[in-house]
Write a protein that binds this ligand. Structure first.
Ligand code: SAH
Ligand code: SF4
Length: 394
């Protein structure tokens, strides 16, 4: 059902200037970019380093949004900053909370686009699943996002802004007088597993993750960030060198014939090429192991033979295999494998010496599970359009 394969990296405009008054949003600027911006707005070069540190800490360590609250800066300097800059995050337009505690946010970004962000609380951690693009250019046949055209890449500010907006909702910025790290973290892990292919928006994803990892701010360790890719081979080495986070790969099949259908980027970089890049990753990034994501599709990729082939293919790569029961969406051309099949598959992998957790679908009642993102919004939009057509207001 994939048809033609648009495996291209579209060149997209990145809005940095905000429309109102042309003030620049500081969220998403790297430290060198922030320095440049402050100097351009009249900060003397000699003071720039100190000012960058101060402003950075207010924004990323304390979660402050108003220059007037930056009390260690002179009043006149605060006014100068207000004149040139804003501190803006994506706007949370709605929040749904699942029976299992999963929270799904709909966030609006410049241009009126919307992305979904999911927070998954667990006993010992809280994981935020964030998006890197609106839609996706790739057309994986089991993925709902893949049926939606790419609208645009997110900016670094919009990517790190999803984390900051979630921290707002969780009430997680330190209170005055409270040191960083005094309370256990509600938002302790990030997965780039929402909408979009992060490695087709590399620079913005890298900048956003560097901001999230910065020790004087959100301060998430690179080991608590997992980037999931469908297999953009040329960018995998760069990810190790320039981000150094944990890597997950949407593997999903054990022969090129099947993978070509499920993950069409395989026609460009096939299984053997992908595995070569993955073999080099742990050493380059100094991270322990790679997560192989494997969606369980009934009678497509779920046989014992597949499980055995998978084990052979990844031999020598430090790995964990994450089995994802297929999450259905309206009109999907696949069915979820039976539970007994998934367990039999997991067992073969486990006996070969690999951890093989089965990802429990979370937040299904609010359509927050993998590959379902955006569908509810799309549905709502459709019904709005239908109403408009019926009433002649469209
Ligand atoms: N584009 C990136 C990251 C986003 S998808 C990638 O493809 O890796 C995050 C994970 O959810 C991927 O492993 C993807 O294959 C999986 N996924 C997509 N649709 C799904 C569905 N309907 N059911 C279960 N998993 C799905
Ligand atoms: Fe894009 Fe990932 Fe969905 Fe494939 S699985 S269409 S790469 S978001």
């Amino acid at each position: 059902m994939t048809g033609t394969v648009p495996i291209t990296q579209d060149v997209l405009t990145i809005p940095r200037k905000l429309p109102e008054g042309g003030r620049t949003n500081l969220v998403g600027l790297t430290r060198p970019q922030l320095r440049e911006a402050l100097i351009a707005a009249g900060t003397p070069e000699k003071q720039a380093k100190m000012r960058v540190n101060q402003v950075w800490q207010w924004i990323y360590q304390w979660g402050v949004r108003d220059f007037d609250a930056m009390t260690n800066l002179a009043k006149t300097y605060r006014a100068q900053l207000t004149e040139h800059f804003v501190i803006e995050l994506p706007e949370v337009v709605s929040k749904q909370v699942s029976l299992d505690g999963t929270r799904k946010y709909l966030m609006r970004i410049a241009g009126g686009h919307e992305v979904e962000v999911v927070y998954i609380p667990e006993e010992d951690r809280g994981t935020l699943c964030i998006s890197s693009q609106v839609g996706c250019t790739l057309t994986c046949s089991f993925c709902h996002t893949g049926t939606q055209k790419l609208v645009r890449n997110l900016t670094a500010g919009e990517i790190v802004g999803q984390i900051m907006a979630a921290r707002d909702d969780l009430g997680e910025w330190p209170k005055p007088g409270e040191g960083a790290g005094e309370r256990p973290r509600l938002l302790s892990n990030i997965v780039l597993m929402g909408m979009g292919e992060p490695l087709y928006n590399f620079d913005n994803v890298r900048d956003a993750m560097q901001i999230a990892m910065d020790g004087e701010g959100i301060s998430l360790s690179r080991r608590r960030i997992t980037l999931s890719t469908s297999g953009v081979v040329p960018e995998i080495g760069k990810t190790a060198e320039e981000i150094g986070c944990m890597l997950a790969v949407s593997f999903h099949a054990t022969t090129d014939e099947v993978r070509d259908k499920l993950v069409p980027i395989n026609k460009k970089w096939n299984i053997a090429t992908l595995l070569d890049a993955l073999r080099a990753y742990p050493k380059l990034s100094n991270s322990e192991r790679i997560t192989f994501e494997y969606v369980m599709l009934k009678d497509v990729n779920d046989s014992d033979e597949d499980a055995r082939r998978l084990v052979k293919l990844i031999a020598g790569i430090p790995a964990k295999i994450n089995l994802i029961p297929f999450n259905e969406w309206p009109g999907a051309p696949y069915e979820r494998s039976d539970w007994s099949r998934i367990e039999a598959f997991a067992d073969i992998i486990y006996k070969a010496g690999y951890a093989s957790p089965i990802r429990t679908p979370r937040g299904e009642d609010i359509m927050a599970a993998c590959g379902q993102l955006k569908s509810a919004t799309e549905r709502a939009r459709k019904s709005r359009a239908q109403i408009a057509a019926e009433t002649g207001t469209g």
